[in-house]
Each structure stands twice: as structure tokens, then as C-alpha cells.
Design a protein. Structure first.
Length: 234
């Protein structure tokens, strides 16, 4: 019986080299058996890729079954509220997020982001149907979803057209966080107080502005930029 002199693993009699570390086998007492079959195939294989349409069908069946079962339970067993709307909405949301990516592998990213935003707006609309309040869906929720969807599409467009670096992407992300936080607080105060002013969003915007200025300084200074890339491996 032969053992690898490097890693100590027990070797088959047909091995000419260690299968783990590829060190040649040298054993004068037991030469390599070239007549017997190797215990494992020598040719490299590849697992066949999964068929996207089959995955899409499986996910569609799982989401549909979940939605139908919950709807039936809500209708005939656990009545009194429309709790199944939330689960059905989540199933629709997950279907829009996942299944089109399997069916249409070349689906434009802008259209995909738009569909995701519409799905989120639809799900929040289901919640608004149960708790309409005083028009919070159209005054707060929907504008926020539209803004985030538009910003995400702009971010994807910016990256595809400019082939931007991680630092440039970070600048855009922090700038977007600051602006979206300002919009959210303005919408909330206008809805509840009928006034426009800033409190916590001013703090978020200030922090984001400081980070953006620092990142822009790093981008503009070549030596500083290379030092950051080298230390952070970006």
C-alpha cells in the first residue's frame, strides 16, 4: 500500500500521482499497477445545467398552490378577515421577482426593475385595500415606490453607460439615500401636518453629503484613489 509523501493520504495501487496534491508516487516495493482500472474516472465531467423553463414551472406551481390553498382556507375555514390577500400578494410578488428571470434570460434590466417596482406597488396596494386610512397609499407609499424604482433604473443606466468603478457607484448610492430620505420625510410631514420641514432626514442628508464629498475627493486624487483600491482590494 502506498501513501503520499506530502499529504499522507492512502493511494490506490493504480495512482501515478496523488489525487489531492499531485505529488508523483514513488514506491519501489509496490510499482504502479497499470493493468487494473482506476477506482475513479480520469476524464473531467460537467453537471448538465438545469433547464430554466422547468425551474420556472416549478416556482409557478409552488406559488400558485400556496396562494390557492391560503385563499380557500380564508374563505371556508379561517374567515373574519382577508389575511389571505397578504400571502397571495407575496406569492405574486415573488413570482414577478423570480420567474421572468428564468423565462426571459435576456430580459432588459430596466424592464425587470420596472416590473419589480410595479409588483411592490401592487402588494402595498393590497394592504391599502384593507387599511385605506386617509389616502396614505397615494400620498406616501406610491410616490416612495416610484422614486426608488426610478432611482434604481437610473443607477443601472449609469453603470451600463459609464462602466463606473465601485467608488463612483458608492457616490451615487449615498447621494440617492440622502435624497430619498428627504423625500420620505417631506411626504410624511405633508400628510400628517400639512407642512414641509426636515428633522431626521437633515441628519441623514448631512452624513451622506460628507461621505459623498470624501468619496469624490478620493476619486479626484489619483494617488489617494490607488492607495484606497490597494488597501481595500477594489
Amino acid at each position: 500500500m502506498s501513501y503520499c509523501v506530502n499529504c499522507g493520504v492512502e493511494l490506490d495501487k493504480t495512482c501515478k500521482a496523488c489525487p489531492l496534491c499531485n505529488v508523483p508516487v514513488v514506491n519501489p516495493i509496490q510499482p504502479v499497477d497499470t493493468l487494473s482500472l482506476a477506482p475513479y474516472p480520469k476524464e473531467k465531467g460537467q453537471v448538465s445545467p438545469a433547464i430554466h423553463s422547468d425551474l420556472a414551472i416549478l416556482l409557478s406551481v409552488v406559488y400558485s398552490a400556496t396562494a390557492i390553498v391560503c385563499g380557500v382556507l380564508n374563505l371556508f375555514v379561517f374567515g373574519g378577515s382577508v389575511w389571505s390577500f397578504y400571502i397571495i400578494g407575496i406569492c405574486i410578488l415573488l413570482w414577478i421577482f423570480s420567474v421572468p428571470a428564468f423565462i426571459y434570460t435576456k430580459l432588459p434590466i430596466y424592464l425587470s426593475i420596472l416590473l419589480d417596482g410595479m409588483a411592490v406597488a401592487f402588494y402595498i396596494g393590497l394592504i391599502a385595500y384593507s387599511f385605506p386610512g386617509d389616502g396614505w397609499y397615494f400620498n406616501i407609499a406610491l410616490p416612495i415606490v416610484v422614486t426608488i424604482t426610478a432611482f434604481t433604473n437610473f443607477f443601472a443606466f449609469f453603470n451600463r453607460r459609464n462602466n463606473s468603478s465601485i467608488l463612483s457607484q458608492a457616490v451615487l448610492v449615498f447621494a440617492g439615500i440622502g435624497l430619498v430620505s428627504v423625500e420620505i420625510e417631506i411626504l410624511i410631514h405633508r400628510y400628517f401636518d400639512s407642512k414641509i420641514y426636515l428633522t431626521w432626514a437633515a441628519v441623514v442628508l448631512t452624513c451622506c453629503a460628507i461621505i459623498v464629498v470624501a468619496l469624490l475627493t478620493i476619486i479626484k486624487r489619483s494617488r489617494l484613489r490607488e492607495e484606497v483600491r490597494r488597501r481595500m482590494h477594489i
